[in-house]
Design a protein around this ligand. Structure first.
Ligand SMILES: Cc1cc2nc3c(=O)[nH]c(=O)nc-3n(C[C@H](O)[C@H](O)[C@H](O)COP(=O)(O)OP(=O)(O)OC[C@H]3O[C@@H](n4cnc5c(N)ncnc54)[C@H](O)[C@@H]3O)c2cc1C
Length: 270
């Protein structure tokens, strides 16, 4: 399939991009195009104008300042896997990013594109919820910051307004406690059937953040993990509105949480 006709605007700066979003008819940003182009090819998305931000190099940086790791929205997924600062400060993010599609997709797809697209089975939105990240959103109306936990509203739905652009992601570092990650997919490179991040703090408490099992990231807190950890994951999953094949998804949810928990424990014992 070919996309419906559209106008093309190549943004030269963030200001130019947000002005184009606010003024050009039915405008939509395009970054790596790895989610938007397939949707346009199937005519499930028919924007009248594409605002291309893929050339804004200054949005592909990684910096550490005052205990905050700042990631530019245009960082390709492969950079998340390889960047030395990311691997040192939030190794769980580098590990999870390796599970996104295949190398060709990871070199074009961007952090901001994945976070804004909000596929419920995507690794990165849940990572940001698990890591207490904040998103910086720009528009002609100004700049605002939103916690990742408040950004995801449901299936492919976020707090991002039509005229807003996600410019950077801020992750507090070092993360509190240790993190483990696990996912199940049919084949390497496929979207996950279920995945989880588990955080374990020094006091034994922590959090689990699931993805792939419902309309968006699902984070739950715990005070301690009993010997029968699976019972805890089952209990925390009880109020999750699981997408389909209820018993199977819940079973996978317990499995991935258990694996992620064991990996977090392994990190803690290093
Ligand atoms: C075969 C295949 C397998 C894949 N497997 C996985 C997988 O396993 N896990 C996974 O997570 N993803 C997977 N993906 C999706 C991939 O990660 C995409 O790169 C990502 O979801 C979107 O990033 P993008 O830069 O390509 O965004 P685009 O496709 O350019 O845009 C996606 C959406 O985000 C908006 N957008 C883009 N950038 C911004 C911004 N800075 N601010 C606001 N809005 C913005 C666009 O307007 C659009 O609505 C796969 C894709 C393919 C084609």
């Amino acid at each position: 399939m070919k996309p419906a006709p559209f106008q093309y605007h190549r943004a030269v700066s963030v200001d130019d991009a947000v002005t184009a979003l606010a003024t050009l008819p039915d405008a939509k940003l395009i970054a790596g195009g790895q989610s938007l182009i397939p949707l346009m090819n199937f005519r499930m998305s028919r924007p009248q104008t594409l605002v291309d931000i893929s050339h804004l190099d200054n949005l592909a940086s990684v910096t550490l300042s005052d205990g905050v790791l700042v990631l530019g929205a245009l960082l390709p997924h492969q950079r998340l896997c390889e960047d030395a600062l990311i691997r040192e400060q939030v190794p769980v993010l580098a590990e999870a990013a390796q599970h996104i599609g295949h190398w060709a997709i990871r070199t074009r797809g961007t952090l901001g594109g994945s976070l804004a697209h909000a596929d419920p089975a995507a690794e990165l939105p849940a990572a940001m919820v698990a890591l207490d990240a904040e998103f910086v959103l720009r528009s002609v109306r100004g700049t605002r910051t939103v916690a990742a936990r408040d950004f995801y509203l449901g299936f492919l739905t976020t707090d991002l307004a039509a005229d807003e652009m996600l410019t950077e992601v801020r992750i507090p570092v070092p993360p509190q406690g240790w993190y483990g990650f696990a996912e199940v997919a049919r084949r390497a490179g496929d979207f996950a059937l279920a995945g989880a991040y588990v955080q374990v703090r020094d006091d034994g408490g922590g959090s689990v953040t699931w993805f792939g099992i419902s309309g968006g990231p699902e984070r739950r807190e715990f005070e301690s993990v009993p010997e029968d950890a699976a019972a805890l994951w089952r209990e925390l999953l009880a109020d999750v509105d699981v997408t389909d094949d209820d018993d199977y998804r819940r079973h996978l949810g317990v499995l991935v949480a258990d694996w992620a928990y064991r990996r977090a424990q392994g990190e803690a014992q290093r």
